[in-house]
Design a protein around this ligand. Structure first.
Ligand SMILES: *Cc1c(COP(=O)(O)O)cnc(C)c1O
Length: 415
């Protein structure tokens, strides 16, 4: 049986362990929620002070040029691109994941409408997808009022048959937010293409969590968050990827001036710029964008390969320890054991999942809760240690063995 000392020995051997110093984590907290809101890079506070006091306070409007504010969405996109398997000039940071999804879906439907499959009207996705993704697709389909429907599918097997000669578009989230299930992006993209469909991927729980190679996987478009595993800060702007091969026929409906070929010509006629800039809309939150860069800088000190190896070791360890030490309790693993099918989180159901998670948080082990009955634990190799995993399971076992949780706990607005 493994001991805490074994975990400490693994930490001593861990090449990523020093990166934890680059994050400001409070004492006494084991943070297992980086899948929902990444921890704060230490560089964020001085950078925010610089942006607010110097660039805004002193340099004022000149900073759009002198501090590179105007170019920041594309500069950050280029910095993010290597983590996605994208090229420079294919990613732009801005807006929200929901908004970028809307643009990508609309542009993809427009591409299909201009081609040999113009009559297709079905958008295929999963019922278990993050709700905003489903809502955005249904909102777009309803608003277009041209017979588009969103087909919600209940299993991966059914997904394969649901993607057929009627499918215009497939919209999938690569790693499921509840279960941590990871799709085979290359196989699913190839299948969609074989059926004449386009495929848009949501990388909210993948970017910075698992190695990605969008080009090799044959994806058509992708979107994702920067405030989760990329540690960009609360509400930080999202990203959108449009590969160079699609950019000339990428037409999204939010014709904001930042997507214009010559925004400062102030022309009354719209003309989209060439390249990824046409995926933009309007003015971006500069202070938040600057925080995204602090998160990305840390990824440049390591590789997604090293992050993935440690992520699998952490999630394997958590599963093993929970099953060994809490086996007498009604916990059920909903995350795949198979490495290739697992993201960087582990989810267990418990009949009193909400109350147990509240008890964990009260004792400094911060995960979160998602309906139905799912306790989520996110593992972020940049700042989570093997000893953290040990200590978290120790506390979980104590809470369960002593039923030290309040089943009448009221739900907060955010669970
Ligand atoms: C977190 C998440 C979102 C969040 O979208 P916002 O527009 O940032 O609120 C969307 N989709 C998925 C799959 C997510 O996991």
């Amino acid at each position: 049986m493994m001991t805490r000392n074994d975990c400490l020995a693994r930490d001593a051997d861990d090449a990523l362990a020093p990166l934890r110093q680059l994050f400001a984590l409070p004492e006494g907290v084991i943070y297992l929620d980086g899948n929902s809101l990444g921890a704060m890079p230490r560089a964020a506070l001085p950078r925010a002070q610089q942006v607010i006091a110097q660039e805004w306070g002193t340099d004022l409007i000149r900073s759009w040029n002198s501090a590179g504010w105007f170019d920041m969405p594309k500069r950050l996109g280029d910095r993010l691109a290597p983590l996605l398997g994208a090229q420079a000039g294919e990613v732009v940071v801005g807006d929200t994941t929901s908004l970028n999804l809307f643009k990508a879906l609309a542009a993809a439907l427009h591409m299909q409408a201009a081609g040999e499959h113009a009559g297709r009207r079905v958008i295929v996705t999963e019922r278990s997808n993050f709700p905003t993704d489903i809502y955005m697709a249904e909102g777009l389909a309803t608003w277009l009022d041209r017979g588009y429907t969103v087909r919600l599918v209940d299993s991966v097997d059914e997904l394969t048959s649901a993607i057929n000669s009627e499918t215009a578009l497939v919209m999938l989230t690569h790693v499921n937010y509840r279960t941590g299930y990871q799709h085979d992006m290359a196989a699913m993209s190839a299948h969609a293409h074989a059926q004449g469909a386009l495929i848009v991927w949501d990388l909210a729980h993948s970017a910075g969590a698992v190695p990605l190679d969008l080009h090799a996987a044959g994806a058509d478009m992708a979107v994702g968050c920067t405030y989760k595993y990329l540690n960009g800060g609360p509400g930080a702007p999202a990203f959108i990827w449009v590969p160079a091969r699609h950019q000339h026929r990428f037409h999204q409906p939010l014709w904001g001036w930042w997507s214009h070929a010559t925004p400062f010509a102030m022309a009354p006629q719209y003309a989209p710029c060439e390249g990824i800039g046409r995926a933009q809309c309007g003015t971006q939150p500069v202070v938040s964008l600057a925080m995204v860069e602090c998160g990305l800088e840390i990824f440049e000190k390591t590789s997604m390969h090293a992050i993935r190896a440690k992520s699998l070791a952490l999630t394997d360890l958590f599963i093993t320890l929970v099953e060994a030490r809490c086996g007498g309790h009604p916990l059920a693993l909903v995350t795949p054991r198979e490495h290739a099918r697992r993201g960087s989180q582990v989810s267990f159901t418990h009949p009193h999942g909400y109350a147990v998670m509240r008890a964990l948080i009260a004792r400094g082990v911060i995960g979160d809760y998602r309906e139905p009955a799912i306790m989520r634990f996110g593992f972020t190799p940049l700042y989570t240690s093997f000893a953290d995993v040990w200590d978290a399971v120790e506390i979980l076992q104590h809470i369960l063995d002593h039923q030290d949780y309040d089943v009448t706990a009221q739900r907060s607005a955010v669970t």
